[in-house]
Ligand binder design. Structure first.
Ligand code: SAM
Length: 235
């Protein structure tokens, strides 16, 4: 897997692939297929050995905010299929591949089973179930430097419901971050633009030095997702 810091900019677009609507294939599926085939990040993910294009979102966020440093202890919530874990393992040196640099740790959780990611410890867990945060704290066994969440519930097709669900996931992730982050730590979470995220921002501003809203280039422009990056946890 080839990965260089600062190497996560937009890919080059090749000639556009057009997909014909086949009998039995819905128009929405044809559009999805066409988008996948023409997406430079999908191509780069394949070429660079990442499990999905989502890997480039955390690469771009980290290129900007520099929280995945060698030796960092990272909790990755909603980690399937494992792209963010792959990025974190490399950048925090979880496999000890960078001689002379501190060795970090990556702990991932997801509702779904995840194919093992070398260097990461992964658990299957519904993070919204009772006692989930205690389980994560027990697995962690101490403090973390980064809590990051790309959690998203399956789309209900109803924009406002999806939005409220993602805010609930974000708030649960923030609660864990408040409990386990080391002073100076970083919290990253996916939110959907839609209004209800204001409360979360206000809470984060009380506990972190800086709170930024970022739409990394790898996040599709037609998607309402964005990421909140809170740095400098004050405890
Ligand atoms: C966009 S995917 C994450 C992609 C991942 N960052 C990557 O790079 O491979 C969102 C994930 O959130 C997970 N998720 C949603 N709700 C969850 C919950 N309550 N507890 C744990 N994981 C959850 C889903 O199962 C899904 O795998």
């Amino acid at each position: 897997m080839a990965e260089k810091r600062g190497s996560s900019g937009r890919g080059q677009r090749d000639l556009k692939v057009k997909v014909k609507t086949a009998r039995g294939r819905r128009l929405s599926s044809t559009r999805w297929l066409e988008r996948q085939l023409n997406d430079p990040y999908v191509k780069r993910a394949k070429a660079e050995g990442y499990r999905g294009r989502a890997a480039f979102k955390i690469l771009e966020l980290d290129d900007k905010f520099r929280f995945l440093v060698p030796g960092a202890r990272v909790v990755d919530l909603g980690c399937a299929p494992g792209g963010w874990c792959q990025v974190a393992v490399r950048r925090v040196n979880a496999l000890g591949e960078k001689p002379g640099k501190a060795v970090g740790r990556v702990l991932g959780v997801d509702l779904q089973e995840v194919e093992p990611v070398p260097g990461a410890e992964i658990h299957q867990l519904d993070f919204l179930e009772d006692g989930a945060d205690d389980k994560v704290k027990a697995w962690l066994g101490g403090k973390a430097d980064v809590v990051m969440s790309d959690m998203a519930a399956a789309s209900s097709g109803h924009k406002q419901t999806d939005h409220l669900r993602i805010v609930a996931l974000c708030e649960a992730a923030a609660e864990l971050a408040f409990d386990v982050l080391e002073e100076g730590g970083t919290f990253v979470a996916k939110v959907l633009a839609g209004g209800a995220e204001g409360g979360l921002q206000a809470i984060l501003k009380q506990r972190f030095d800086k709170v930024a809203n970022v739409k990394p280039p790898a996040s599709r422009s037609e998607s309402s997702e964005k990421f909140v990056v809170a740095t400098g946890f004050r405890g």
